[in-house]
Design a protein around this ligand. Sequence first.
Ligand SMILES: C=C1C[C@]23C[C@H]1CC[C@H]2[C@@]12CCC[C@@](C)(C(=O)O1)[C@H]2[C@@H]3C(=O)O
Ligand SMILES: O=C(O)CCC(=O)C(=O)O
Ligand SMILES: [Fe+2]
Length: 365
Amino acid sequence: MPSIALTDAHKFLDLNSVKELPDTHAWTSQLDSGGGCDGPDPEGVPVIDLNDGAAQELIGYACKTWGVFQVVNHGVPINLLDEIEQTGRSLFSLPMHQKMKAARAADGVSGYGVARISSFFPKLMWSEGFTITASPADHARLLWPHDHRHNQFCNTVDEYQKAMNKLAGRLMWLMLGSLGVSSDDVKWASLKEDGTQEGCAALQLNSYPACPDPDRAMGLAAHTDSTILTVLHQSNTSGLQVLREGARRWTTVPPHPGALVVHVGDLMHILSNGSYPSVLHRAVVNRTRHRLSVAYLYGPPTNVKISPISKLVDHSHPQMYRPITWTEYLGTKAKHFDKALTSVRLCAPRTGFVDSNDHSSVRVG
Ligand SMILES: C=C1C[C@]23C[C@H]1CC[C@H]2[C@@]12CCC[C@@](C)(C(=O)O1)[C@H]2[C@@H]3C(=O)O
Ligand SMILES: O=C(O)CCC(=O)C(=O)O
Ligand SMILES: [Fe+2]
C-alpha cells in the first residue's frame, strides 16, 4: 500500500520537465541487487520467422521455455508500426492539461494515466499510459477538440487494431496448434465471416520519458499480462526485460528492427493447462532517450468462460484452473494482482512444476 498519499499532482506530474527524480518516483537504489539483471541472455529470447516452415514448433518451444518470443515476417507493414509510434508520440507530447481531459476514471479502464497496477506499489512509475478499449473517437475528440489530428489518430488506431487482430489470431492458433489443439477444440475462437478473429482487445500506448536517475526509477513494474497473448511494438530503444521460467535474472529483449514481441498471457496459461506459463516482464528506463511502446492486449470475447482445453486434461494432467471469463479475471487481477492466477487454481502444482506466478524468491520490484 502507498507509504505516502499520492495525489493527482503526483500522478499527473509532467515527467518530461522534471530535472531530478522526486521521492514519489524513487524506488530502492540498486533495484536489482540480489536478483542480478540486464544484458542480453547468451541464449536470448527467440526470434521466429513466421515464413519458416518450422514456425509452429519453434513457437511452442518458446512458449514452454520463455513465455515470450519475437516475430519477423509477421505481415504488419513497417510503415504502420512507424505510424502508430508517431501517433503515440504526438499524443504524449500534448500539454498535461489536455491529456488530463481524457484521464481514465478512477474505476475505469480506458484513457490517460499512470499504470493501472500503480496501486500495488509504494512508488510511482516513470511512465504514462493511454489505454483504448473500444473506438478511439471519443478519446480523440477530448484530446484534439479543434483540429484534423483527431481524424488521423482514429484512422491509425483503427488500422493498427485491425492488423493486430489478424496477427493475434494467427499467433494464437500457432501456439495452440503446437499443443495439438485445433479450431474444433475451442468453439468461441473461430474466425468471423469478415476474416477477423473473434475476441476482444485493448490497445495500450506506453511512454517512458528520459529519466534523470534511471537506476532508481521503474518504468513499468514487473507483471504478467491478463491476456491470451500480447503483441508488443517497442521503439528502437531497449527497456523491456523478461524473467525466464525458473531464472533468477532479468533478460533484456533487444529491439529488433521490424520485429514484434509476443507475450504469453495469463489466459493462455489457463487454456494450455499450465503448459505455457505467462511471462513476468517489466520496463526499465534510461537517461537520454524517450522510449515508446504499443501493446495489443488480446483476449477472448469478454463473457466466454475460459478453462483449460479439455484435450489437454487427462489423468496425469488434471485440470489446473477453474473456468473464468475475461471480465471476471480482470476484476480478480485488479484485486489480487500477482496472486490472481493462483486464486483461480484448482489443484496443487504437479511435482517438478515451476509455478511461474510464485515469485516469492525473486525480487519483482
Ligand atoms: C485488458 C487489460 C489488460 C490490462 C488491464 C486492461 C487494460 C490495460 C491493460 C494493462 C496495460 C499495461 C500493463 C497492465 C498490467 C496494466 O496495468 O494495464 C495491463 C493490464 C493487464 O494485463 O492486467
Ligand atoms: O513497454 C514495454 O516494453 C512493456 C509494456 C507492457 O508490458 C504492457 O503494456 O503490458
Ligand atoms: Fe505487459
